[in-house]
Design a protein around this ligand. Structure first.
Ligand SMILES: C[S@@+](CC[C@H](N)C(=O)[O-])C[C@H]1O[C@@H](n2cnc3c(N)ncnc32)[C@H](O)[C@@H]1O
Length: 426
């Protein structure tokens, strides 16, 4: 934790924010993230928050048709996120909640600029969210819970205002990928740095002079936060932050009386996109229990500085969001593409297609999986995709065809190349 200077301590904090005073002071002085001045500008127009329900709807509600008229809470909204949700989802009713009046002032600027009548802004602690007297279908809480003095009671408070079939999308820091960040935080503590502009200059000097082999370098290159002062404070001079392993994320949800549902992005947590399928390592890892696979892949990957996942209330039926790859139920799921086909890379085998998703490298599917993937149109079921692909003859007996179907769809889902939709709830 960075040192608090006398000037910072003198900054007044409303009594109701007192339990979070360190964090509140920081985000008054260093508004995060960098304020966006125009959500309609070309560089922002098509951007969505990582947890946005438009991108991840079938992860959050695999048994539902997409809908927009949701009650949304952006808990710890910072300077932009609540306005961005309201702007991108005009039918949704969005509430932005934050400790920081300075951050909310920028959200209010965006609200005025874009006439966001569907946005309500509220200063306060998310621990006290029940005082709003509202409940929500969807709660986005990204980069916030790890800054609470007691993250479990904060998450529990969010669970209490979640509708019974609602979803909370959470992003918290990942432990191993931030090893270098915590080394620097400790260095700056030894230097007795606070959060003044001079202290930020010292952070910049340090980053510029560190050995190329330092554990923070990969993280520092990849994050946008090293490009501006509030981002540097947020990472290296924070008053209060902690990080989680995959196992701790699952435990976090349970400790808060909620249920862990899924990761937003499977490719990070399964070996299919990271290990060669023919390798002895893959064969060994893929036999582990699911939660051990996640823990293993986090250690194997080594660079996950964030974990993004969803949780829901305990009473929500598991059958409304749990995928079953082991029973025939899989045949009635409807796959929806999450990647786009791109021009084949040189040397791509005959019949194979290449897929791109977001910023991940282009991925080549085998000819059989390519034939199946080409049938995915968001309407056909798994059974129908298999029939239309014409690959059955290459797969052998009925039992072998069924086994190959399971393998192919689990593989595509673990790569993050498809969503799988469950038959609509009765
Ligand atoms: C790192 S920023 C993330 C902002 C936003 N969620 C985003 O992803 O752009 C953390 C924000 O959470 C707010 N915050 C921290 N603790 C909070 C709490 N207990 N209740 C409400 N807001 C909180 C801070 O004021 C800050 O604006």
């Amino acid at each position: 934790m960075a040192k608090t200077t006398a000037a910072e301590q003198a900054q007044p904090i409303a009594p109701e924010l007192a339990p979070n005073a360190h964090v509140a002071r920081q985000y008054e002085a260093w508004v995060y993230p960098a304020p966006i001045m125009d959500l309609a500008a070309p560089e922002h127009k098509n951007r969505r928050d990582g947890g946005d329900f438009e991108r991840n709807f079938y992860t959050y509600w695999p048994d539902r048709e997409k809908r927009e008229d949701l009650d949304v809470l952006v808990a710890g909204c910072g300077s932009n996120a609540a306005a961005r949700y309201a702007y991108n989802h005009p039918q949704a009713r969005v509430t932005g909640l934050d400790l920081s009046a300075a951050s909310l002032a920028h959200e209010a600027y965006l609200k005025d600029k874009h006439n966001l009548a569907n946005l309500t802004l509220q200063q306060g602690r998310l621990e006290d969210v029940a005082k709003l007297g509202k409940t929500f279908d969807f709660i986005d809480c990204s980069g916030v819970l790890h800054h609470l003095p007691d993250p479990v009671s904060g998450l529990r408070a969010l669970g209490e205002v979640l509708k019974p079939d609602g979803t909370i999308a959470i992003m918290v820091y990942g432990q191993y990928g931030r090893t270098g960040v915590y080394m620097l935080q400790e260095m700056f503590r030894l230097m007795e740095l606070g959060q003044t502009p001079q202290d930020v200059e010292m952070v910049k000097h340090t980053l510029a002079s560190l050995p190329a082999s330092h554990a923070v370098q990969d993280y520092a290159r990849r994050t946008r936060d090293t490009k501006y002062d509030a981002g540097l404070v947020d990472n290296f001079l924070h008053r209060q932050d902690r990080a989680y392993t995959t196992t701790q994320c699952v435990q976090f949800a349970e400790d808060a009386g909620l249920k862990f549902m899924s990761w937003w992005d499977n490719v990070l947590y399964y070996p299919e996109g990271q290990l060669k399928l023919a390798s002895p390592l893959y064969k060994k890892i893929s036999t582990l229990p699911e939660k051990d696979i996640w823990a293993y892949m986090e250690l194997y990957n080594g660079t996950l500085g964030q974990h993004a996942f969803t949780v829901c209330r305990k009473e929500r039926a598991e059958s409304s969001y749990t995928l079953d790859f082991d029973s025939d139920a899989l045949l009635d799921y409807t796959p929806a593409a999450r990647a786009v086909e791109v021009a084949a890379k040189p040397g791509t085998p005959e019949g194979s297609i290449c897929l791109r998703r977001g910023e991940y490298p282009v991925f080549t599917l085998s000819p059989i999986v390519s034939a199946i993937y080409k049938q995915i149109d968001g309407n056909k079921t798994v059974r129908e995709c298999m029939a239309a692909s014409g690959v059955a003859a290459q797969l052998g007996s009925d039992a072998e065809q069924l086994a190959a179907t399971r393998t192919a769809f689990r593989y595509l889902w673990r790569l993050g190349h498809i969503f799988l939709r469950l038959p609509a709830a009765a």
